[in-house]
Design a binder for this molecule. Structure first.
Ligand SMILES: Nc1ncnc2c1ncn2[C@@H]1O[C@H](COP(=O)(O)OP(=O)(O)O)[C@@H](O)[C@H]1O
Ligand SMILES: Nc1ccn([C@@H]2O[C@H](COP(=O)(O)O)[C@@H](O)[C@H]2O)c(=O)n1
Length: 210
């Protein structure tokens, strides 16, 4: 295969996108080699909020397209396709800011991109060769989000539920769920669906053998 294949993994917050992408990555990286497979996270392209007070940051809507620098993400996908390494930003969900250190990502034959709003943006959709939608029930996503946000993102139950009611749930119905129509593959049961993981791995191997 001469061209790069770009695979989008979209779906609700805490639907299992990162787990799915990292599982496919871990299970293929040894076989495909260092130039074989890479991951970009849409979350890394959240706009920096360091110019705002913490109170303003906490009140920001992070579930709308304007919260992301999609132009930069698109440019990075194009650079990787053109064989150029990129510096993926690092983002902290605890401080709501970009960290000083970026992460170098080398060009690879397969680039997986995971994030909530990837399939909602027509210009980003043009970049994807294969699109996957994680179709995990919203109540399961909420339970996983509460646990993850408290354990890993510096939140408490009140902040998670307020943000969820005000921004996260409406965005699912306004933006994320409607974007499911653009998926080639819909994955149920989250990031541990082994059959779905095997299907994507098989497709990747097939593309690389072409
Ligand atoms: N099928 C699953 N069974 C149990 N826990 C899961 C499953 N899928 C994801 N999780 C857990 O749920 C949380 C959110 O998953 P994650 O992959 O980070 O979601 P996303 O990237 O969609 O926000 C993580 O703690 C993850 O380990
Ligand atoms: N400063 C921020 C930035 C984003 N979020 C939430 O993250 C969710 C997307 O990330 P997932 O890993 O869950 O897909 C999104 O729903 C935002 O609400 C945040 O809380 N704070």
């Amino acid at each position: 295969m001469s061209k790069t294949t770009v695979i989008a993994i979209a779906g609700a917050s805490a639907s299992g996108k990162s787990l799915f992408a990292s599982t496919v990555y871990q299970e293929l990286v040894a076989e495909l080699g260092s130039d074989g497979i890479a991951i970009l996270a849409e979350d890394a392209y959240y706009r920096d909020q360091s110019h705002m007070t913490m109170e303003q940051r906490v009140l920001t809507n992070y579930d709308q397209p304007s919260a992301f620098e999609h132009d930069l993400l698109k440019q990075h996908i194009r650079d990787l396709r053109d064989g150029k390494a990129v510096e993926m930003p690092q983002y902290s969900h605890t401080t709501h800011t970009r960290l000083p250190e970026s992460i170098p990502v080398a060009p690879a034959k397969v680039i997986m991109v995971e994030g909530i709003l990837l399939l909602t943006d027509p210009s980003l959709r043009e970049e994807f060769d294969i699109s996957v939608f994680m179709d995990t029930p919203l109540d399961i996503c909420l339970l996983r989000r509460i646990k993850r946000d408290i354990e890993e993102r510096g939140r408490n139950l009140q902040s998670v539920t307020e943000q969820y009611e005000k921004y996260v749930r409406p965005a699912f119905f306004d933006h994320i769920f409607p974007s499911k129509q653009y998926a080639d593959l819909v994955v149920t049961r989250g990031g541990r669906n082994e059959i779905a993981i095997d299907i994507i791995k098989t497709k990747i191997r097939q593309l690389l053998a072409e």
